[in-house]
Design a protein around this ligand. Sequence first.
Ligand SMILES: [Zn+2]
Ligand SMILES: [Zn+2]
Length: 320
Amino acid sequence: MVILKSVDMRYVAMGVSLVVAVLMLLGKMAAYWLTGSYAILSDAAESVVHLLATGFAAFSLWYSTQLPDRLHPYGHGKIAYFSAGFEGALIGAAALSVFYLAGHSLVYGVVLGPLGAGLLITFVLAVINALLGSFLVFVGKRYHSIVLVANGKNVLSDMWTSFGVVLGVGLVWLTGWKWLDPLVALIMACNISITAYGLLKKASQGLLDRACPENTVLLQKCLDEQIQSGCIKSYHQLRHRQAENKLWIEFHALVDRSLSVEEAHRRITVAESAMRSLFPDFQVYITSHMEPGDHKGAHPLEYDEGVDALVADEDRCNLK
Ligand SMILES: [Zn+2]
Ligand SMILES: [Zn+2]
């Protein structure tokens, strides 16, 4: 019953977020149409992206939790990186178009309509976003949903953009300095570009299986301890990669050649358990390859293990 309730709440929150995202986009486009303000347009451009991002987040929430299947034996977690890259590219394109429009109007003159109604709409939408963002972060934290918390933070950053625009356009309204409007739009576009860069970086790191350096240090330290305790003789070809909350680790372990298969398996399982306990918040999958005796003797010379990327340079020389 508790589980049912929590699942319902997450999807309800996601649904509310989607509906409000549509409302935001329509409201901001209306405000731009009324005022002709590029600062408000930059805010609307962010809303287009936010709507798509929320749609993708809702899809990811469902898709990333699908169990591994015959065609996706590593599961579906990478969809999150794919969606981050998609969002990043869209936000980048939105920022570029605002740069162009605002730059153009700075050079060739600013044309603005009456600002009052558009300002009021933008302000009301920002207040709605403040309430929605806080609600999403609250529900996300309560039910441990990373996707919901991220979506809530996204809504809150959208809110700050809107308040910034209200401030900027409000100043234009008070002072009559029209050139302030494209200037505010350019500042907003810089901010949007930073968000785009962050998303593209996250996507490329996830899709290219970047090995988190902190995890490399943890794993090497753990395996070194297994050598010191006499559990294994040595290790190499350590590799690890992650998708959201799943972590895959592989390594080759050298054990004494006089051990029985049972004892060798037991020892490597001890090493694997020690590695697994380093990451209590992850689902950890470990694959190991056992080699008897010393590395040179374990394989005939023509056996190609590939590049051992995580080994220190001096050790790599010793292996050859
Ligand atoms: Zn090996
Ligand atoms: Zn086993």
